[in-house]
Design a protein around this ligand. Structure first.
Ligand code: IPE
Ligand code: IPE
Ligand code: MG
Length: 232
């Protein structure tokens, strides 16, 4: 059976994983980075074309300063450490969100890795960083209004296709499958427009305990779904 073309993941539960073990939250994030590594590899192996992961939301900036800076450091390290393997495996790294909110060293590492992996054709890994679905839609509205005011487009041309082309995700297909770990039944401001017809799998597993086997289970559950897109 064909794998979902695009999988999106809300990687949640790192804090709970650490708490269960009496460890600081950052230890959960570190273990979570290993899960991401395994899941990226798993997606490449089964032939998924796009994997978009929610790594940091705009709302996450409100966490304690120490956790935010540790997360940013971890992100930078992860990007630097994984780049050679991404290149070797034909994985292209991309990012969506208000990337200019990130610390400068993080932005530099990110852009370097995006450039270095740009030749990858097997899988596109999209990191959602300082991402908010509502901000993305707001930015799209502003950009469309500018195009109308400048006379580049006529307001009669505004349709869902045009709106999709103004989102951060313009070049990616909509996700087929959304996975959220650790049991929460909410979107938390992730890809609000793009998830309109996405199949949702929520697992109780905490993100640091999620690996290739759990990915395969989620894909199997996806294959059991009857996607109707409103038709009968
Ligand atoms: C997800 O794990 C990682 C980020 C949001 C950065 P959490 O840190 O939200 O973990 P819980 O939800 O507190 O367990
Ligand atoms: C969503 O998880 C954001 C990321 C996974 C990066 P949160 O833990 O921030 O979401 P809420 O607070 O449970 O909605
Ligand atoms: Mg959480």
């Amino acid at each position: 059976m064909k794998p979902p073309r695009h999988i999106a993941i809300i990687m949640d539960g790192n804090g709970r994983w650490a708490k269960e073990r009496g460890l600081p939250r950052i230890k959960g994030h570190e273990k979570g980075a290993e899960s991401l590594r395994a899941v990226v590899e798993g997606c490449a192996e089964v032939g998924v074309e796009f994997l978009t992961v929610y790594a940091f939301s705009t709302e996450n900036w409100s966490r304690p300063k120490a956790e935010v800076s540790a997360l940013m450091k971890l992100l930078e390290l992860f990007i630097e450490r994984e780049t050679p393997e991404l290149i070797e495996k034909g994985i292209r790294l991309q990012a969506i969100g208000r990337l200019t909110d990130l610390p400068e060293s993080c932005q530099r590492a990110l852009h370097k890795a995006i450039e270095a992996t740009s030749g990858g054709t097997r899988l596109t890994l999209v990191l959602a960083l300082s991402y908010s679905g509502r901000t993305e839609i707001t930015d799209a509205v502003k950009s469309i209004v500018r195009d109308v005011q400048a006379g580049r487009i006529d307001s009669a041309m505004i349709d869902p296709e045009l709106i999709s082309r103004h989102l951060y995700t313009r070049v990616y297909p909509d996700p087929d499958l959304l996975i959220r770990t650790s049991g929460e039944m909410r979107l938390s401001n992730f890809l609000l427009w793009q998830l309109s017809y996405t199949e949702i799998v929520v697992t109780q597993k905490l993100w640091p305990d999620f690996g290739k086997d759990e990915l395969r289970e989620a894909i199997a559950e996806f294959h059991g779904r009857d996607r109707r897109f409103g038709a009968v």
